[in-house]
Design a protein around this ligand. Sequence first.
Ligand code: ZN
Length: 124
Amino acid sequence: MREGSCLCGAVTFTVEGEIAGVSVCHCGQCRKQSGHVWASGWAKDEAVTISGDVRWFDAVGTAKRGFCPTCGSFLFWVAHDEDTISFAMGALDGATGLSLGKHIFVRDKGDYYDITDGLPQRAQ
Ligand SMILES: [Zn+2]
């Protein structure tokens, strides 16, 4: 089981079992909310336990973005029609034993950096 939290510790979460889809999102929404790009992994709803008061923001009508209302840490992304929760890789505590697998929404990436790690890049 892996544990994570926001910056102030008011929101904590645990993830049981496998973490899938470890990726970096370059979309405009993740860039705005995170300040750069957002690295996340995902697991089934039932594998993720969230404690604390999460504020949810629905930017586009298809998914909601969860953050700590106290410190602002952007922690979760949940599509309305999926039974999974994506969580911020950067919020996990300690060693994860995981590695980034791909970049997504690279067509929306900023022009102030290059992606040079050789990982697969998806336009969306
Ligand atoms: Zn917080």
